[in-house]
Design a protein around this ligand. Sequence first.
Ligand code: SAH
Length: 319
Amino acid sequence: MIEKHIPVMVEEVIFYLNCRDSGIYVDATVGDGGHAAAICRTLGPDGFLIGLDWDGAALERAAERLAKFKGKFILRQRSYAGLSEVLEEEGISQVDGILLDLGVSTLQLSDPSRGFSYQQDEPLDMRMDHRLEKSAADLVNGLPQAELSRLIYRYGEERWARRIAAGIVSTRKKSGPIESGAALAEVIKRAIPAAARRKGGHPARRTFQALRIAVNGELDNIEAVLPQAVTTLRPGGRICVIAYHSLEDRIVKRFFRKRSRRCSCPPMVPCTCGGDGELIRITRKAVRPSAEEVRDNFRARSALLRAAERSVLSSEEGA
Ligand code: SAH
């Protein structure tokens, strides 16, 4: 059975985005349209939403869910890494709010044909956008051992990365390519010590996370979109990001911190510290979902929400 995607921290998103009825908003990861529908509900006759997702199937579901808001939104099949370009194409120069709800949706995870799962006998794919060049199977069966180990360690924060990479390479040699999620999960299970298998969730979780991040270039995309988001926000506009693991959250946290620093150079000398106070952090610490929400929605358990506002001052100074 395919589960439904339940949007995470919807009330918090509307609150932190400071949704106004005449605002223009971007939902850069529109997915199944859960947050987008909530944003559309707050919009008056002049309000508008642009929804992006690089997964065509997700956009179809979003279009259905948003049908009742016809005329209030447009959807585009694009990566959010091209945010500025998409907005330029649409003739939009500034927006009031941008939402990024990172990661994969429940439907992507549970659809066996997408190959995200470690329980399925389906091909190991993990591409959120079918136009991406390399699938998870290409990486697992093509990368040299040292690179595999590095990838699993870096993107999975997996302490047994070396053993797992060695296990993958020896299986490849002995029995040929590893084709399915279930087969890879089995290799991982065998590679790590028995005691470690019993702790910290499914033993393959971290490796699968690592492959997903690598296949989809997830961290690079986040790095790419954040500066574009800042320049497209109008002064006073807000960006709200929901991350699902520490690697994603760290990028957002550092970026918000860096861009909210004010210049500390002495007056009359050119600035070398790079602090221009472009952003004001609205959340000091990441906001977590309530215990109640986590109970009702498994995907919410690891959510970390951060929000920042484009400062009025810096855009005046920069003008
Ligand atoms: N907020 C949505 C769920 C988002 S799930 C809802 O309420 O329904 C995350 C979505 O981000 C997925 O649909 C995934 O395809 C999309 N995504 C991930 N990386 C992306 C990228 N670089 N560009 C565009 N969409 C991306």
